[in-house]
Design a protein around this ligand. Structure first.
Ligand SMILES: [Zn+2]
Length: 259
């Protein structure tokens, strides 16, 4: 990992990226034999009379769509994010075109640019990127002790009250920022419940943070199920149990006020 980061920092003129680099990249190389011909084809289209250099393409485990191309001693080395491994061939052609055009400082064709953008922003890719980032990326956590509330204390009290003390306590942490859009979430990959700091103030009633934590605890108890292709996050059983929270209406009203 350190080696790769060093190379990123001192990348010379012959290195270009499709996206900004990410800090968490995991070094694991997979050779991609059938992608090199696509690059050769796009190279030929871009530079009809220039000699064809050897081209080596590898997939690399990145946490984003980060992709690099380098020219070294007459050879082209390409690293593609493994998120692109299942990309349609047309998209791979576009990526090849964009990287080669950047490498040789040629104009990028609009159709290729658009196709790549559309692919990169498509919902499926976005979701997959997020999932993989969650699973792989290292995260900074800030601990359960707030200024006014201690998440472990609130968790333990709720556990006794609603779950007979049977729920295993995951890591609990306040969020870094006073997030208003994402108030709380259970991160299954890290077995961590994150609660927005907006609840850690004297004006925030205890039942509000209790409700929020209770909701996330129900996620622990009711893991996400697949119903066909749909992810069933808040099942009927989940909702029925959530309705048992005594100050549900007050808590929801408070959340509506602050968000
Ligand atoms: Zn939920």
């Amino acid at each position: 990992m350190a080696v790769d980061e060093a190379r990123q920092n001192c990348g010379g003129d012959d290195q270009e990226r499709l996206e900004t680099p990410v800090s968490h990249l995991i070094t694991s190389l997979l050779v991609a034999p059938d992608i090199a011909p696509i690059f050769a084809e796009e190279y030929r289209a871009l530079r009809p009379r220039a000699p064809m250099p050897p081209i080596q393409v590898r997939f690399r485990r990145f946490t984003s769509l980060n992709t690099t191309i380098r020219l070294r001693e007459g050879q082209i080395f390409v690293s593609l994010s493994d998120l692109l491994e299942g990309a349609p061939e047309a998209v791979l052609h576009s990526i090849a075109h964009i990287l080669l055009a950047k490498l040789y400082r040629k104009a990028i064709e609009r159709t290729h640019q658009m196709r790549y953008k559309r692919f990169a922003s498509s919902a499926a890719v976005t979701r997959q990127t997020e999932l993989i980032r969650t699973a792989r990326g290292s995260k900074r956590y800030f601990g359960p002790e707030g200024r006014y509330y201690h998440l472990e204390e609130v968790f333990d009290a709720l556990n006794l009250r609603f779950f007979g003390g049977l729920l295993g306590r995951p890591d609990l942490t306040w969020s870094e920022h006073h997030a208003r859009r994402l108030l709380g979430h259970y991160d299954a990959a890290h077995n961590t419940i994150v609660v927005s700091r907006v609840f850690d103030r004297p004006s925030s009633p205890r039942y509000a943070i209790e409700y929020l934590l209770y909701h996330e605890m129900l996620h622990l108890k009711h893991p996400v199920r697949m119903r066909g292709l749909r992810r069933c996050v808040h099942s009927r059983e989940f909702k029925a149990e959530e309705a048992r929270f005594p100050q549900l209406a007050e808590a929801l009203a408070f959340i509506k006020r602050i968000s």
